[in-house]
Write a protein that binds this ligand. Structure first.
Ligand code: 0O2
Length: 234
């Protein structure tokens, strides 16, 4: 087999693109770490101050270049880094799983009230679940990241949910992809019912918790989103 001549300029160009993408994704990884650190500080401090841990689990994920490319194509976004930066806000994702709905809102408030955290958008799928039954509190927050070349403000999507909501969402996600997004009606109906059961379990567990721990564990009101994108309790 004869090999083609190597085009050094082309190789240099492709290496440049690869390095640019690596630097681009690194900013999101740093932003994600900032939020992860904030959540672990809140978790630890909460335990010291209230002898109670409201956070069951914190997980992080960075969107893969393939997944970013798929979203660029699906949403008709210009395929350049500036457009991606401006229009895709879930490249960095942090998921916070709590025991109770009350803790979901409490953790959200504690995060968004921090001076260096700016709220860009809030979607309260707990107060307003998706038609399929999906529940979670989503917030796009921006945090400053201090690099050797200056400060960048990085958006991070933070999803707050209970263990029951998380259990439901991970099963629904598997079913959705198993059936290549064409889920049979009997399954979508069953998932909707399961979401109601999960919400009932959340309510019952929280009421038991309140009975054991007293009034200080009273539930908080659902969020209302202010025009600025900030959210506050109604
Ligand atoms: P992954 O793998 O978690 O990153 P868009 O992000 O534009 O496609 P939208 O409506 O702007 O959609 O965002 P939204 O509603 O805030 O939801 C984005 C993320 O929430 C999804 O990310 C999921 O993680 C989760 N999510 C939203 N709806 C559902 C749902 O019906 N079922 C489940 N299981 N998860 C959901 P990605 O990028 O889809 O996936």
């Amino acid at each position: 087999m004869t090999s083609l001549p190597v085009d050094d300029d082309l190789i240099e160009h492709v290496r440049g693109l690869r390095d640019e993408m690596t630097r681009f994704l690194a900013e999101y990884r740093f932003g994600m770490r900032e939020i992860e650190t904030k959540m672990s500080i809140l978790r630890e401090d909460f335990e010291h101050a209230h002898a109670y841990n409201p956070v069951e689990n914190v997980s992080c994920r960075l969107k893969s270049p393939d997944s970013i490319a798929e979203k660029v194509a699906r949403k008709g976004i210009e395929p350049d880094l500036e457009s991606i930066r401006a229009q895709i806000t879930d490249i960095a994702g942090v998921r916070v799983t709590c025991s109770f709905v009350r803790d979901v809102y409490r953790l959200f408030e504690l995060l968004v009230s921090q001076d260096d955290v700016t709220v860009r958008e809030v979607k309260d799928y707990i107060a307003n679940p998706k038609p399929n039954g999906y529940k979670s509190l989503h917030a796009i927050v921006e945090v400053p990241v201090f690099l050797s070349t200056g400060t960048v403000h990085v958006p991070v999507e933070v999803q707050f949910r209970t263990i029951a909501m998380d259990f439901w969402a991970s099963l629904e996600h598997k079913i959705y992809y198993k059936y290549d997004k064409q889920v049979p009606t009997r399954l979508t109906d069953s998932l909707r019912e399961a979401a109601i059961t999960a919400a009932e379990l959340d309510a019952r567990m929280e009421s038991l918790h309140r009975e054991i721990h007293g009034e200080h564990a009273a539930p908080v009101a659902p969020l209302r989103t202010l025009p600025s994108g900030r959210a506050s309790h109604a």
